[in-house]
Design a protein around this ligand. Structure first.
Ligand code: ACO
Length: 378
């Protein structure tokens, strides 16, 4: 059967899924049918993770068991800590995270993906341990000791405490928790698709998540949040925004944190993240990066409105993390801390009706070429 080639598989469904949905025209994002705005206002990252994994909001008893399970699996083995210690400080934390998650799989049984009970514990372990790994990588690349998790703290507060070795202000923990909800899932994006391809081979979930982490790293996907802050720093002040945009677009460059394959309006996650910026800066003082970003959004509209290109999720998130004093290179790993929930939800869904991904290609090369001996080649 002949098929049209769609570069980037744009418009080609790769799965049937009941996990999340995007209406790119209206700017609506739902997880399991619930609008992300409602989840940000009322839920927590762990409750949202439960919703994504199991398809419904948990009753109190189930939520408390899930939160306890995650809380009690946050620690990482000393061999994983040693492994992280051995990695070069100059390496990107996303690479360290990918290596450590792949290594995690060697410590836990996960190969029999038909064992539903074991799948639950794999999901719990990954959601629990990825933040600990990210914090350990962040500290050890600067020569600091790993800070173990603190069981009395919630998910986001504990992550910040492991990062800074001190308990964060409540508002920071709340804002980070909302950021994690916003990054937890987003339909058939590149990293989810990468994970699904791996899942379809019946590989274990640690390998699935390691595949997704690799795909998330790139600057066209999760890596854009780091690039946004780099760009804002390069611009330096609001008065230089127009000249920067002129120059960039004249040379066919892209503004990082703008544009999306699906959204034709401003990404609803960017709207919420911008509100979080304002909440954070009202209490903890202004951020020069935010002022540049707001001006950039205004100026970019003159050029990009016609193409329906608007800020995406990566545009404002880094500004929040920067204000909290988090290193730029940790922005994408923090994205991964959240997206693990979505990746695992897709992994479990894929297993229910698995078929190996094996797409076709359109061969564009030659046939019947002679093998030329090496001394006759030119
Ligand atoms: N700045 C300027 N122009 C842009 C931008 C941008 N950020 N994004 C797209 N365009 C333009 C392209 O130059 C192109 O113009 P043309 O038709 O005149 O040649 C047109 O819009 C279509 O762009 P594509 O790259 O083909 O669109 P695609 O759907 O493949 O790309 C993508 C989506 C990769 C996100 C793109 O918008 C981009 O590169 N953005 C910057 C990186 C970024 O922010 N990535 C994060 C996305 S969200 C996430 O993954 C979590």
């Amino acid at each position: 059967m002949a098929h049209d080639f769609m570069p980037g598989l744009a418009g080609v469904p790769a799965a049937k899924s009941a996990i999340s949905d995007v209406d790119g025209q209206r700017g609506v994002l739902e997880y399991r049918g619930i609008r992300v705005e409602d989840l940000c206002a009322n839920s927590s990252f762990l409750e949202t993770s439960y919703l994504l994994l199991f398809g419904h909001l948990p009753v109190e008893q189930d939520l408390s068991r899930f939160v306890d399970d995650v809380t009690h699996h946050r620690r990482i083995k000393f061999k994983i800590i040693d492994l992280i210690k051995c990695l070069p400080e100059t390496g990107h934390p996303m690479d360290a995270l990918q290596a450590a998650v792949a290594a995690l799989g060697m410590f836990y049984p996960g190969r029999n993906v038909e064992d539903l009970d074991n799948n639950y514990w794999s999901a719990v372990r990954l959601i629990a341990k990825v933040p600990t790994i990210v914090a350990a990588v962040a500290r050890m690349r600067h020569g600091d000791d790993h800070v173990p998790p603190r069981d009395h703290l919630g998910f986001a507060a504990n992550f910040l405490a492991m990062l800074f070795d001190q308990e964060p202000p409540k508002v920071w923990a709340h804002i980070l928790d909302v950021c994690l909800i916003l990054h937890a899932e987003h339909t058939m994006n590149a990293s989810t698709f990468a994970g699904l391809v791996t899942a379809s081979t019946l590989a274990d979930p640690y390998t699935v998540v390691a595949s997704s982490i690799g795909a998330l790293k790139g600057p066209l996907h999760g890596g854009a949040n780091e690039e946004v802050v780099q760009m804002l720093r390069e611009i330096g002040r609001p008065s230089r925004v127009r000249a920067y945009v002129d120059e960039k677009l004249k040379n066919k460059g892209k503004l990082m944190g703008f544009g999306h394959r699906v959204y034709k309006v401003k990404d609803p996650r960017a709207v919420i993240l911008q509100r979080l910026c304002e909440q954070l800066f009202a209490e903890f003082g202004p951020s020069p990066l935010y002022e540049i970003a707001v001006e950039l959004e205004k100026v970019a509209a003159d050029y990009l409105d016609a193409k329906q290109i608007y800020p995406n999720v990566d545009f404002y998130s880094g500004i929040i993390y920067d204000k909290m004093g988090i290193d730029m290179e940790l922005f994408t790993p923090i994205f991964a801390v959240a997206r693990v929930a979505g990746w695992l939800a897709h992994w479990l869904e894929q297993l229910r009706e698995n078929r190996l991904f094996r797409p076709e290609q359109i061969y564009a090369g030659e046939h019947n070429r002679p093998y030329v001996p090496i001394d006759q080649r030119r």
